[in-house]
Design a protein around this ligand. Structure first.
Ligand code: AMP
Ligand code: ZN
Length: 199
């Protein structure tokens, strides 16, 4: 059976798409207002804990300005993206995190609304990391390094994103350990293997 379509009919009996409010893809907007989720904030950005962390430490830095995604970023946002990068560096260098290795970057195609910078520890050891797509979204070129994004924005005035077709291929890349040459047979094998890199 195919997916169910929810159609709301208006009085003229013309089918309308349901409104997006309350949709899962808007969850970050609620989290940004929830004191339980917010780790830090200033005039321009909010840092929240990722609700489904894909590593021991996983934060998201999102602007208060209504920027839906990287696709909407232009040269007027250089200062903002540099500020997000600087804040990420402050977080990874604080006492709680300074002994761990972190990566900071954007997904080439985000699933959640509101631009967000992932700040993620490089252990990739988490129960919430379940699928090949999860793995590849952080360990292939689908993950766009924040410094590179800032550099490109400054030098070229725009961020060039991989095509939808390239994104699909990146997410479908055969599994490989992010720390060594090990080629796992499947996700459970990979998850067992990465424990050999976790102290
Ligand atoms: P992206 O694929 O870049 O859009 O990543 C979205 C991130 O948001 C993922 O790492 C999710 O685990 C995380 N996430 C999803 N829903 C929520 C939520 N309600 N609060 C906080 N983080 C969330
Ligand atoms: Zn390895």
């Amino acid at each position: 059976m195919g997916p169910k379509r929810i159609l709301v009919k208006n009085q003229g009996n013309v089918a309308k798409k349901p409104k997006l409010s309350g949709h899962w893809s808007l969850g970050l907007l609620d989290a940004m207002k929830d004191p339980e989720c917010v780790v830090k904030e200033d005039d321009t950005v909010v840092v929240i804990k990722d609700k489904y962390p894909k590593a021991e430490f996983h934060y998201l830095i999102a602007p208060k300005e209504d920027i839906s995604s990287l696709k909407k970023v232009d040269k007027t946002h250089i200062d903002l993206l540099e500020h997000m990068q600087e804040l990420a560096e402050t977080i990874v260098n604080d006492n709680q995190h300074k002994d761990k290795s972190f990566r900071m970057g954007y997904h080439a195609e985000a699933s959640m609304v509101r631009l967000h910078l992932h700040v993620i520890s490089n252990d990739m050891n988490s129960n919430a990391l379940k699928t090949k797509k999860h793995w590849n979204s952080f360990t292939t070129d689908f993950f766009l390094d924040s410094k590179e994004v800032c550099k490109q924005l400054k030098e070229e005035g725009t961020v060039t994103l991989p095509s939808a077709e390239t994104c699909k291929k990146l997410l479908d890349t055969p599994l490989k350990c992010h720390k060594c040459e090990y080629i796992p047979k499947h996700m459970p094998d990979l998850k067992k293997h990465i424990m050999t890199h976790v102290q």
